[in-house]
Ligand binder design. Structure first.
Ligand code: GLU
Length: 517
């Protein structure tokens, strides 16, 4: 049997990490089994579906390299792949179900149903539709139709036990008498999710339905419809929930941001895919860094865990922040402040940046440096020699591609001067001039190359001047950059090299009227 999986998003918002992870598992399962991956747009909720959301979903899928074999834009044998364009298909099946009396028209008005719901609530019992119109005669129905009364179509739920044999969740038992006859066609003529999904999965020959565990409770409804229409039942795999660093279900506040936000933050697509694959799945040998699309060879749905997985990309928010901060509405710069520096994503991302082909890296970095006025235009080209040599020396320090610009621009900054009063004040502190002179001499008399060499010279300066901590590195920072804040010095120094460093120190010393030798 050919493995055919599908991702079936509703276009009512952006693609967040939960949805993208579901898409990925479907994609990987199809690819690791030589199967097909289908993208289907479930836009039957007319009020919530938007064209903009549809476009964002496509853009997100493309960014992550999850190319679909069938679906919007690419077409396929079983299209159209947008549910709103398949209404006549659903109608044919509805006619069969009505004909066989496996479904019926329900003329209850919204007000009537609301009143019944309220009554159940008042009695403290769960609301189950009472099947009021299940037994109407053909004549009664015709009369109402003639009057133009609006109706929904409800599925007549047979009372039985349904056992879902879920690949991840195991055996799950449902009693259908607790479900009640549910709506399969809404009064606007559009099918409900639980109905359209079954017809499409059948017609599109879907072999495996892989989706979030939140949909497990929908599965018995879908099995009932499949059985009524004599469809083969697909294999179900419901993937575990993703929780934030606070251990709670990912919400908008805790990180259910658009996946495109991670692109803008400077994570590469390969790295983000690798990270998402680990949200609920582990490789057989436990290896987590899986470059070169290794996941699409070794992924197996059977190795997915039942327990929730932690999305550790954002820091745990403080109580007071939870109320006021919504991560989905922040700018990229603001969002960066909430990143957890020790996340697995950063660890992976650093590895990807270190190992990336240097031409690819230079191309990716371009997006982040194009607008920078502090970086000369002539190096802003894929494969530019100066750019690649700078990248070679700074890549080990980057967790994100977007962190590169200040390092690159610092390299071209030859006109440094004391930036502000804070920097000036640091330089005038007690013993600061001793520190600065000592460091200058250390550099002058040695031939440092690596960051380790520079660290050693800073340590020597500390020993000689008797200063440590801030009193040691702040004056050195001011002397070499003119600033009170900035890049990590041991990273910056090898980048500049001894000669440039000496030029800079002389310039600042002149401004400070300090004699270095
Ligand atoms: N449209 C549904 C959703 O976005 C699809 C669920 C499914 O995969 O069956 O949640």
């Amino acid at each position: 049997m050919e493995i055919r999986t599908r991702f079936a998003p509703s276009p009512s918002g952006f693609l967040h990490v939960g949805g993208a992870r579901t898409a990925l598992f479907n994609y990987l399962y199809a690819k690791s089994n030589g199967g097909k991956f289908i993208l289907r747009i479930e836009d039957t909720d007319q009020d919530r579906s938007t064209e903009n959301s549809f476009q964002i979903i496509l853009e997100s899928m493309k960014w992550l390299g999850m190319n679909w074999d069938e679906g919007p834009e690419v077409g396929g044998e079983f299209g159209p792949y947008k549910q709103s364009q398949r209404l006549d298909i659903y109608k044919k099946f509805t006619d069969i179900l009505l004909e066989k009396k496996l479904a019926y028209r329900c003329f209850c008005t919204t007000d009537e149903l609301e009143a019944k719901k309220k009554q159940s609530e008042a009695m403290g019992i769960p609301y189950i539709y009472d099947g009021l119109h299940a037994g109407m005669t053909d004549n009664e129905i015709q009369e109402k139709l003639n009057k133009g009364e609006s109706y929904t179509v409800r599925f007549k739920v047979p009372h039985k036990t349904i056992i879902v044999q879920d690949v991840i969740q195991g055996k799950v038992k449902f009693e259908t008498k607790l479900i009640g006859d549910f709506i399969i066609v809404k009064s606007d003529g559009f099918p409900s999710y639980n109905y359209a999904v079954v017809i499409d999965d059948f017609l599109m020959k879907i072999s495996h339905v892989i989706r979030g565990v939140g949909h497990l409770s929908n599965t018995p409804r879908q099995i009932l419809i499949g059985e009524a229409l004599d469809f083969p039942i697909p294999t179900f795999a419901h993937v575990s929930e993703i929780v934030g660093t606070d251990g709670k279900k990912l919400s908008k506040r805790a990180g259910a941001t658009s996946v495109l936000a991670f692109r803008d933050l400077g994570y590469s697509e390969e790295c983000f895919v690798n990270y998402m694959a680990l949200l609920g799945w582990t490789s057989e040998d436990g290896v987590e860094y899986l470059p070169n699309s290794r996941t699409s060879e070794i992924f197996d749905i059977e190795r997915c865990s039942k327990s929730p997985s932690t999305f550790d990309v954002f820091k745990k928010m403080k109580e007071e922040e939870k109320e006021s901060v919504n991560l989905t509405s922040l700018t990229t710069e603001e969002l960066a402040d909430y990143l957890n520096p020790k996340s697995k994503l950063n660890w992976l991302s650093n590895k990807y940046i270190r190992d990336m082909d240097i031409d690819v890296l230079s191309e990716r970095i371009l997006n982040f440096i194009l607008d920078s006025k502090d970086i000369p235009d002539e190096i802003k080209q894929k494969g530019n020699r100066t750019l690649t040599s700078i990248l070679e020396s700074i890549r080990v320090y980057l967790d994100r591609l977007s962190q590169a610009p200040p390092y690159i621009s610092e390299f071209f900054n030859n006109t440094i001067s004391i930036e502000d009063d804070t920097a000036r004040e640091i330089a005038s502190r007690e013993n600061a001039s001793v520190v600065m002179k000592t460091f200058f001499m250390q550099i002058k008399e040695n031939q440092p190359v690596s960051d380790e060499d520079y660290k050693k010279l800073m340590d020597n300066t500390g020993t000689i001047s008797g200063e440590k901590g801030k009193n040691l590195f702040m004056p050195i920072r001011v002397l070499t950059t003119g600033k009170a804040h900035g890049l990590e010095l041991p990273i910056l120094f090898p980048l500049l090299g001894k000669e440039k460093l000496i030029l800079r120190m002389n310039r600042i010393a002149e401004e400070l009227k300090l004699s270095l030798s």
